[in-house]
Design a protein around this ligand. Structure first.
Ligand code: SF4
Length: 333
């Protein structure tokens, strides 16, 4: 499979009056062409910071990509100038944010906002841009596109606004679409429709998608692979099947027990007790230790060595390391 994006050992820090927040701590993953990768984790785990780092949208100061590389189609985005990055954003890589109302300009018609990117980045006439806008409205399932292009954002429902935002993100035919919590502000019925729309768009355009969400339930149907983030690190990654049916990290297991699932019989939902660690001074060992029902002595002291359970399934947990199993056995005697 052709790799389109590669993130290696990414570190993002934020300088504050209280000290340095280590928002992302050595994250590595890749995305293949035409694939949907979900990045999942609680609020503050570093998933949105990772997405913003790919787009080079980390405000500096206070933020800084302090280490690591982000390579998109062979080009190191961490090294390109801001001018070059502007020509990549919205053209090769597009991003969709959580709240469609704030993403749209309330004073401009939908038609104007749709063609803006196209006129700026592509050599196109107004007539061609309008033609493309109508095509995109059709792609995202907006009826009466000719009429709707003349209307303003407040004349659309929340779900329709999110469809417009998706159309704007796709109008320059990007190869990578990053969607940061694209369904969080929507009710569940509309959520399902938007997720279905992502699937259809991928089938029709072949765009690669990174879907960021705090809700594992959202990605159950559409993600090819899932990475689970906790306290600025990826603690487990695998195919959708591996994460949903053979999760190994206690945090992933906890996440799965805390969200409703359509694919298995309803059980009681169990929240994960406690809160994530303070990223001003993250623990040197496993950051989940304080909340983990399986924690051992070693967990608090040393960060777990990554275990490869298959070519695609990797987990950072001492439970998968036979030396820790021996420790566990000896401590329970
Ligand atoms: Fe729990 Fe230890 Fe595994 Fe961390 S390394 S998840 S504390 S068992």
């Amino acid at each position: 499979m052709e790799e389109i994006l590669n993130v290696r050992n990414l570190h993002v820090n934020f300088s504050t009056y209280g000290g340095t927040v280590k928002g992302v701590r050595g994250v590595s993953f890749h995305l293949n062409k035409g694939e949907t990768l979900a990045i999942v984790g609680e609020s503050g785990c570093g998933k949105s910071v990772t997405a913003n780092a790919i787009m080079r949208l980390i405000p500096d100061p206070p933020g800084k990509i302090s280490d690591g590389t982000i390579t998109f189609k062979g080009k190191a985005l961490t090294n390109v100038s801001e001018k070059e990055m502007r020509s990549i954003r919205g053209v090769d890589i597009s991003m969709i944010f959580q709240d469609p109302m704030t993403a749209l300009n309330p004073t401009l018609t939908i038609g104007t906002q749709l063609v803006e990117g196209l006129l700026e980045h592509r050599r196109t006439t107004r007539a061609e841009a309008k033609e493309k806008a109508l095509e995109m409205m059709d792609l995202v399932g907006i009826p009466n596109p000719e009429e709707r292009l003349k209307q303003y954002p407040h004349q659309f429902s929340g779900g329709m606004r999110q469809r417009i935002v998706i159309a704007i993100a796709l109008i320059c035919d990007p190869e990578l679409l990053i969607a940061d919590e694209p369904t969080t502000a929507l009710d569940v019925t509309i959520q399902a429709q938007i997720l279905e729309l992502f699937e259809q768009i991928q089938e029709q355009t072949g765009v690669s998608i990174i879907l960021i969400t705090h809700d594992l339930g959202v990605v159950a149907k559409i993600a090819d692979r899932i990475v689970v983030m906790y306290a600025g690190k990826i603690i487990e990654e695998g195919t959708r099947k591996e994460i949903f049916y053979q999760p190994e990290h206690p945090y992933t297991k906890g996440l799965l027990k805390s969200v409703p699932r359509l694919d298995i019989k309803a059980e009681e939902l169990i929240p994960i007790d406690g809160t994530p660690p303070d990223l001003f001074s993250p623990p040197q060992g496993c950051p989940f230790t304080a909340r983990c029902p399986m924690a051992m002595e070693v967990c608090d002291k040393v960060y777990p060595i990554q275990s490869e359970l298959s070519d695609t399934h990797k987990v950072d947990c001492w439970l998968q390391d036979e030396r820790a199993q021996q420790l566990l056995a000896s401590s329970s005697r």
